[in-house]
Design a binder for this molecule. Sequence first.
Ligand SMILES: [Zn+2]
Length: 94
Amino acid sequence: MQNEIKLSQKNLFSFIKKDKTSKAERSKRQAYAKMLTLHDYVNQYPGTLADKKLYCRDCSSEDILAWGLLSRNDDKRVHSCNQCGLILWRSINK
Ligand SMILES: [Zn+2]
């Protein structure tokens, strides 16, 4: 009986911990969902695609970084300008 109570408390704590992580994840996913897709980015900012190269819509740099949303290997990619730091578009790496 004593053991059962201890076990369920442990489960409760791990559940709370899990929920905290997912809140951070959720806000990242929400931010991601608001980002433009590459298709929308190019349509919305004509001139960012020229000679098969993509440019920052703000500073016109072609130095663009891509990283995973939640981890380095996340399929959801965020692309931002390496010059001015502006987040430009999202893509899915599959
Ligand atoms: Zn820029």
